[in-house]
Design a protein around this ligand. Structure first.
Ligand SMILES: Nc1nc2c(c(=O)[nH]1)N[C@H]1C(S)=C(S)[C@@H](COP(=O)(O)O)O[C@H]1N2
Ligand SMILES: [Mo]
Length: 196
């Protein structure tokens, strides 16, 4: 009788272990699908979307003063109003049509962080705006500091008088032909790298 009970307990314990390990596998598979499936529209539950939201963006890489910026700290910088900003997908579909938004120039953020340059010919840097789902957009030193694009690239925090949706800050470039590729919501970091 005792041995029977013992075997029963062992069996239950064993099946629990199997259950747990298969659960673990399940979650890691889901996470992977989310990160690798860049091309498909992932439908996230409201709870999962919330997990993508950052209250701060990190400005890091080849900069003298790494920064952590919140919507409040952006509001204390030079805030620009942007009229009629449309998010146009590569397919041509208009995904968003903002009458008015507020943001700060990427150029101003980078000037505050100060790119680590060794001399005036040291200007081959690229800047990555990265989101929590690892979606990213790339800018170059020349287009931000020596081209009209620099006056049209922003970190947004307000759209039509309301906080932005899908996170708290969005990177945009207003003079791109199709604006969606460099429209980065769930913005998490602005990274500066020197071309090696
Ligand atoms: N973080 C993040 N930003 C992103 C994307 C994304 O998948 N993740 N998709 C881009 C694309 S392809 C489009 S068309 C627009 C609008 O995306 P939505 O249709 O998912 O709102 O956001 C862009 N910014
Ligand atoms: Mo898109």
């Amino acid at each position: 009788m005792k041995t029977k009970n013992y075997i029963l307990i062992l069996l239950i314990a064993f099946s629990c272990t199997i259950c747990n390990s298969s659960k673990k596998e399940e979650t890691s598979v889901t996470e992977k699908t989310l990160q690798n499936d860049n091309d498909k529209h992932r439908i996230l539950s409201p709870a999962d979307s919330l997990k993508m939201v950052n209250h701060e963006i990190e400005v890091k890489g080849d900069v003298e003063f790494p920064l952590q910026l919140t919507v409040d700290s952006l509001r204390k910088m030079k805030v620009v109003t942007i009229d009629d900003f449309k998010v146009v997908c590569q397919s041509g579909e208009i995904k968003k049509d903002d009458k008015v938004c507020k943001g700060v120039l990427l150029k101003d953020i980078l000037e505050k962080a100060k790119i680590r340059q060794t001399g005036h010919k040291d200007r081959n840097f690229y800047i990555v705006a990265r989101a929590s789902d690892d979606y990213k957009a790339t800018f170059s030193w020349a287009e931000i500091f020596n081209n009209p694009t620099g006056e049209n690239t922003f970190t947004l925090f307000e759209e039509n008088g309301k906080p932005v949706k899908n996170g708290e800050m969005i990177a945009i470039c207003k003079n791109d032909i199709k604006t969606s590729p460099r429209h980065v919501y769930w913005l998490k970091s602005i990274e500066v790298y020197k071309v090696k």
